[in-house]
Design a protein around this ligand. Structure first.
Ligand code: RBF
Ligand code: MG
Length: 309
């Protein structure tokens, strides 16, 4: 997959035309994958490159920064996820007020015709474009007709009767409903970051050392105990993760993400990791004593190991 960091740098490579899907693709979820499958199918039929046009930062961060939701993925994570999808290329166009101010017709002419030489366009049912989101599916139909460009609009996708959307998935992540999140994503939700120093109480008092994560992600599951897998370098470790404030002790002011790793020896400090969430086990609680918490953690570990088997 080729990564173009702007429409300008993509232009000379796409002169013979391409099939373009357009969208923000936060989460690269089930619905996005339906769009990508359609993109690959049409590109294959037309013998043209399959290109995804997406933006960074996410347009809401530029257009409505105060009401912008925390995102499921960073831009880097989105690119990493897209690399598995068999695309010819991704065009990651910087999103700014200038781009946002183009009328729908100008966006179509400049971006899709002039720079990308699009012969066929694929978007989701709720795609809007151009200043003030004035362009909708009817506008796009009209412009494609005038320019003899093919168009396919992917209808809403449902899983178990619920409409798959990035905003629903964000809500479920916040609620800690990981099983549902993973079902809607069609993959295991993960966050990434670096291992930082904790307060070392985990090792000393609870006999359960934990690796504390400082995440680069904006969206973290709600407090609770989760079955997880951690990728460190090329190795994957099962584990159990507590997200919360350690109310049994002097509660921490900041939310902590602490993972007890199974079978990991060595020092994880400063390592860059990816933490996959599989299942929520319980809420975080205030225990009457560290000893009672220790006993509960042993049960959590046993349950997590059974889940990971
Ligand atoms: N701390 C709490 O105060 N309440 C809990 O319910 C709780 N559950 C945990 C479950 C697991 C599997 C782990 C690894 C930690 C848990 N902790 C909990 C956090 C614990 O207090 C913390 O790891 C130590 O205090 C070290 O920071
Ligand atoms: Mg720790």
């Amino acid at each position: 997959m080729h990564l173009f960091t702007s429409i300008s740098s993509a232009k000379k490579h796409l002169k013979k035309g391409c099939v373009v899907a357009i969208g923000n693709f936060d989460g690269v979820h089930w619905g996005h994958k339906v769009i990508l499958k359609r993109l690959l199918k049409v590109a294959n039929e037309l013998k043209l490159p399959a290109i995804l046009l997406t933006f960074t930062p996410h347009p809401v961060k530029v257009l409505a920064p105060l009401s912008a939701p925390p995102l499921i993925n960073t831009t880097d994570q989105k690119i990493t996820l897209l690399k598995n999808e068999g695309l010819s290329g991704v065009v990651l166009e910087p999103f700014n007020k200038k781009l946002a101010s183009l009328s729908p017709a100008d966006f179509f002419d400049k971006v899709l015709m002039h720079h990308l030489s699009a012969k066929f366009i694929i978007v989701g049912y709720d795609f809007t474009f151009g200043a003030k989101r004035q362009g909708n599916r009817e506008t796009l139909e009209e412009l494609c007709l005038q320019n003899e460009v093919g168009l396919s609009i992917v209808e809403p996708q449902f899983r178990k009767n619920v409409l798959v959307s990035s905003s629903l998935i964000r809500k479920k992540i916040k609620e800690g409903k990981i099983t549902e999140v993973n079902h809607l994503l069609d993959r295991e939700f993960f966050i990434e970051g670096e291992i930082i120093h904790g307060d070392r109480r985990g090792g000393k008092i609870l006999n359960t050392p934990t690796a504390n994560l400082k995440t680069v992600n904006e969206l973290v599951p709600s407090s609770g105990v989760y079955v997880t897998k951690t990728l460190i370098g090329k190795k994957m470790y099962g584990g159990v993760t507590n997200i919360g404030y350690n109310p049994t002790f002097d509660p921490s002011l900041n939310q902590k993400i602490e993972t007890h790793l199974f079978g990991f020896r060595g020092n994880a400090y400063k390592k860059k990791i990816r933490l996959f969430f599989l299942k929520k086990l319980r809420e975080e609680k205030k225990f009457a004593s560290p000893q009672k918490l220790f006993l509960q953690i042993q049960k959590d570990i046993a349950k997590a190991k059974a889940t990971l088997k």
